[in-house]
Ligand binder design. Structure first.
Ligand code: TMP
Length: 219
């Protein structure tokens, strides 16, 4: 199960600033000589991107929460086996815009399916595969939704009610509380500079332990 490369994910509710900070993380690592491969969920491979379309498109038919969850994991299995795992095995670092934590937060907490069932599905499909580091951008839902409003037409998730997103945020915070070593919560309410200072601190600590030079020295 050990990986040669490192796997970093970024998470958060709508409008927390994932894209801006993905660019910052990429640049920070690049300055350290690490070129990170980008991906996203749901998606990341041609088949998984097709599943993304199915999931995000608004439709008249009611989508059962379990259907939604299973499609998320179907896309994820494909993503991990065809893209993430081979990249990590080849020694690349990978940065994914969302991963399994999003299923716990959105389907487990948001759709109220609970974490327990999800753990079974997670164990069965990914066999313990987890990110090495997760950066969760945290923002009060009202502020995030206001920012997301300005982006134009809403997808099926963005069209949800505020109560749904509050449960999602609580779901993320519960994971961070249970796994503080892996999931780092960043207060995203401040200026971009303030947010990026916090991210830089997390990256520096992670890099100190995981830099390729250190890993080589250990061999
Ligand atoms: P985004 O990539 O634009 O953030 O949109 C993906 C949407 O899908 C977002 O609203 C969160 C949702 N989502 C889930 O509900 N469960 C999941 O497991 C993942 C990866 C995403």
């Amino acid at each position: 199960m050990s990986k040669a490369g490192k796997f970093i994910t970024i998470e958060g509710t709508e409008g927390v600033g994932k894209s801006t900070n993905i660019a910052f993380i990429t640049q920070w690592l690049s300055d350290k000589g690490i070129e990170i491969m980008h991906s996203r969920e749901p998606g990341g491979t041609p088949l998984a991107e097709e599943i993304r379309e199915l999931l995000l498109n608004k439709r008249d038919e009611q989508v059962d929460s379990r259907t939604e969850l299973l499609l998320m994991f179907a896309a994820r299995c494909q993503h991990v086996s065809q893209k993430i795992r081979p990249a990590l095995d080849a020694g690349h670092w990978v940065l994914s815009d969302r991963f399994t934590d999003a299923s716990y937060a959105y389907q487990g907490a948001g759709r109220e399916l609970g974490f327990e069932r999800l753990e079974e599905l997670d164990d069965w499909s990914l066999q313990g595969f987890k990110p090495d580091l997760t950066i969760m951008l945290d923002l009060p839902i009202e502020i995030g939704l206001e920012r997301a409003e300005q982006r134009g037409e809403k997808d099926r998730f963005e069209s949800e009610q505020i109560e749904f997103f509050k449960r999602v945020r609580d779901g993320y915070l519960a994971i961070a509380k249970a796994e503080p070593e892996r999931m780092k919560v960043i207060d995203a309410t401040g200026s971009i500079k303030q947010v990026q200072q916090q991210i830089e601190k997390v990256l520096s600590e992670f890099y100190q332990v995981n830099s390729p030079a250190i890993n080589k020295a250990e061999l």
